[in-house]
Design a protein around this ligand. Structure first.
Ligand code: BES
Ligand code: MG
Ligand code: ZN
Length: 494
């Protein structure tokens, strides 16, 4: 599917199907133009169907004599609520409505209400991401037919440049979705490392994979403790993007990479949804998706390290006992009072490793706590950082991507809950404020001079229901936010 913009107007455009986005309370003028173009009256039909262009209303017509075969009217709601997400939502609805129609699709939205680049990007991403379907595990994948060409019509000027960002970004989101969707017998820690290697080889990134003994040499006792109850070997993954020309800033992105989280001896039971815990590598998927996108987009001035401590949290005779004390690579000792709080143990060693690279900023993404899902639900990730600028930048990047994020407090006094009688810290605090103590635990492994943000994506990594741009399944959450953030940072170094 190729997307382009055109200055063709409603009166001159020709194609197979036309989509018109309408604003509630301001239908008249557009409808008049449309009626003139197709040579028939629509007002009676609209009245019969009670179509008022409320957000989400959709109406299709088959035209037998008109200049195109199909006409779809989609409501965008009132003009004062008209935000980019409304365009994303309408585009996704339309994509599903035009399923099975090949040919040329025209889209006429009220572009004048938006920044052109932002609107084009939002619509192009939604066109592609909302039709994502993972057919890798079917015996006979059912084919889907889509329009070959999509033209965004009525554009004041050519706005095709921005479309070059869309393909690499969507490839990154799709990669993340496929990694998260892959079952744990397929996507093992070693397979995750192989996928990372493949990305590096295909896109000229540097790659380093550490095996168990190399991690042991570095003293990664927290990470290795999590993996020791599994038959599958852990892998520590490190990719590097180096820009052409001078490096002005260095970033490290860390993703939680639990290819399966059974909970360990604190086994997941009851409502804990153990069968979904293949998605516990969603942070690493977002990081690899971003790596893939960045390798193609090649932002100037920024060196980026992509870091994943990949393993499984399983049970056997060698598994961690609840109560074990282990030592992380910065020398801090941890009492593992709950083996199901394993993500923070793997991240502890990943954070220490990242700090040794002396980056300016570290961002980690992790499906870290059920508590974050309780606090913010499925559409909003939690963001913790002490750096107000970083908080603002990530919040803006997420808002531009249409990905939900909300800043949460690093309440210092809650550290009390992580006090251990014997070790420097324990890995689990009380149930109340569980996503905050998790973030406070991570903070113990970050050097104070380095600016750091933690994003808990436990709720946003997966959706049971079709959410338009995010069809049911893995969402690829985080890729578009990170890519937006990095591209904006790099603008100052151009
Ligand atoms: N991977 C889970 C977090 C999770 C839970 C993600 C539900 C998505 C949905 C994490 O490893 C975990 O088990 N966390 C525990 C922490 C607790 C033991 C302090 C949790 O949230 O229950
Ligand atoms: Mg767990
Ligand atoms: Zn986990």
């Amino acid at each position: 599917m190729k997307v382009s913009t055109t200055t063709d107007t409603l009166q001159s455009w020709e194609g197979t199907s036309l989509i018109i986005g309408l604003i509630e309370g301001a239908l008249e003028q557009k409808l008049n133009q449309l009626e003139r173009r197709i040579g028939e009256s629509l007002s009676e039909s609209l009245k019969n169907k009670a179509f008022n262009a409320k957000s989400g209303e959709i109406l299709s017509f088959q035209l037998f004599h008109g200049p195109f075969k199909k006409l779809i009217l989609i409501g965008l709601g009132e003009s004062n609520n008209l935000v980019l997400n409304e365009l994303r939502k309408a585009t996704s609805a339309v994509t599903k409505e035009t399923l099975g129609n090949n040919g040329v699709l025209g889209i006429d939205f009220p572009w004048e209400c938006f920044d052109s680049n932002a609107a084009v990007k939002a619509v192009a991403e939604a066109l592609r991401l909302s039709r994502f379907k993972d057919l890798r595990f079917r015996k006979t994948p059912e084919p889907s037919i889509f329009p070959e060409n999509v033209e965004l019509i009525n554009f004041p000027e050519s706005t095709n440049q921005i479309l070059q960002e869309v393909h690499p970004t969507c490839e990154g989101v799709e990669l993340a979705r496929e990694l998260v969707g892959a079952p744990p017998n397929f996507l093992t820690p070693n397979e995750l490392a192989n996928q990372a290697k493949k990305i590096a080889e295909n896109h000229s990134l540097e790659v380093k994979i550490l095996d168990k003994s190399e991690c042991a040499e570095k003293g990664m006792g927290a990470f290795l403790a999590v993996s020791q109850g599994s038959d599958l070997a852990p892998r520590f993954i490190h990719l590097v993007y180096k820009p052409k020309g001078a490096v002005k800033q260095r970033l490290a992105l860390i993703g939680k990479g639990l290819t399966f989280d059974s909970g360990g001896y604190n086994l997941k039971v009851g409502a804990a949804q153990i069968d979904m815990m293949k998605f516990d590598m969603g942070g690493s998927a977002a990081v690899l998706g971003t790596a893939r996108a960045i390798a193609e987009l090649k932002p100037a001035g920024i060196e980026i390290h992509f870091i994943i401590a990949a393993c499984e949290n399983m049970i056997n005779g060698s598994a961690v006992h609840p109560g074990d004390i282990v030592k992380a690579s910065n020398g801090k000792t941890i009492e593992i009072n709950n083996t199901d709080a394993e993500g923070r143990l793997t991240l502890a060693d990943a954070l220490v490793y990242a700090c040794e690279l002396k980056p300016d900023k570290i961002v980690d993404l992790a499906t870290l706590t059920g508590a974050c899902v309780i606090a913010l639900g499925e559409e909003i990730a939690g963001l913790w950082t002490e750096d107000d600028q970083l908080a603002d930048d990530l919040t803006t990047a997420a808002a531009d991507a249409g990905e939900g994020i909300w800043r949460m407090p690093l309440q210092d006094s809650y550290k009390e809950g992580l006090k251990s009688l014997l070790a420097d810290i324990k890995n689990t605090g009380p149930r109340a404020g569980g996503s905050i103590t998790a973030a406070l635990f991570l903070k113990e492994f970050v050097e104070e001079s380095i600016s750091w943000a933690h994003i808990d994506i436990a709720g946003t990594v997966w959706t049971e229901k079709d959410k338009g741009l995010n069809p049911a399944g893995a969402t690829g959450y985080g890729v578009r936010t990170l890519v937006n953030w990095i591209l904006k940072l790099s603008l100052q170094f151009k």
